[in-house]
Design a protein around this ligand. Structure first.
Ligand code: UDP
Length: 238
């Protein structure tokens, strides 16, 4: 790895190391499925409702159910209060989360229906979209929906010339040298396919290949935490 200005992480982690992770399944008893995923000071809660008949009727698909994902940061999730309600950012994150989760959940047995996934962020210190995906994949399995595979997600990235995983907010804001690059990635559990890759910042093709490898290793660790949480809740699916 090229020698850069960021030689030691602010919180003492190795560059391949995730923040301490916690996952819980069944955190909202009244929902069809629910889960939380926490990494450091970032926390996501995902709640699943459905399948139920989709209205208006012209939006129904007679061949499959439809997945609909919404994402929101809670007003006090960061020190600057977040304005409640949709924003361009929350719409984008909801959409990309929907695409990523659609590649692992199989709704072909539920024609004309919708499955709603609500992702809420009570605490944000970067990596909220990937924490949301980790929680949502568990919540869908908890709801008993057929999953082709599980999904695990992580933000890889770069601070100056140093590649790392599970980028926190201080690292995302690293302005020295080449600055910071943020690469949220979601990886499927069996086929190890990329279900989401976004890129904000600069990175060479070689560094991107290495970042993806680092993200895949981190996702193996995340998957273990997710599977343990599902097992603890008595969920076989996933
Ligand atoms: N953030 C914030 N206010 C906002 C949006 C984001 O303080 O309106 C912070 C929050 O800590 C978030 C981080 O910036 O986790 C990074 O946001 P980004 O859009 O890169 O998405 P994320 O990394 O959370 O998926």
């Amino acid at each position: 790895m090229a020698e850069g200005l960021y030689t030691k992480r602010f919180d003492g982690r190795t560059f391949e190391e995730c923040r301490p992770m916690t996952a819980k399944v069944g955190v909202v008893p009244s929902a069809d499925g629910s889960a939380s995923f926490e990494t450091g000071d970032t926390k996501a809660i995902a709640v699943v409702r459905g399948p139920r008949t989709l209205h208006p009727q012209h939006m129904q698909n007679p061949r499959t159910g439809i997945l609909r994902v919404s994402y929101g940061m809670m007003p006090f999730s960061v020190w600057d209060r977040i304005r409640p309600g949709p924003s361009r950012r929350s719409e984008e994150i909801g959409k990309v989360s929907e695409w990523a989760l659609s590649s692992v959940v199989d709704l072909s047995g539920f024609p004309n229906t919708v499955v709603d996934v609500f992702i809420q962020i009570p605490k944000a210190d970067a990596g909220t979209r990937v924490a949301g995906l980790n929680a949502a994949a568990m919540a869908l399995a908890h709801a008993g929906l057929p999953m082709k595979e599980m999904l695990s997600a992580i933000a890889a990235g770069k601070a100056d010339k140093t590649l790392l995983v599970d980028v926190d907010k201080a690292e995302e804001d690293f302005h020295d040298g080449e600055g910071a690059t943020d690469i949220p990635l979601a990886i499927t559990s069996r086929s190890k396919e990329i279900a989401l890759l976004q890129l904000d910042g600069k990175i060479s093709p070689e560094e991107l290949t290495t970042s993806i490898e680092m993200a895949k290793k981190a996702c193996d660790d995340i998957l273990k935490v997710q599977m343990e949480a599902l097992k603890n809740a008595g969920v076989q699916n996933g």
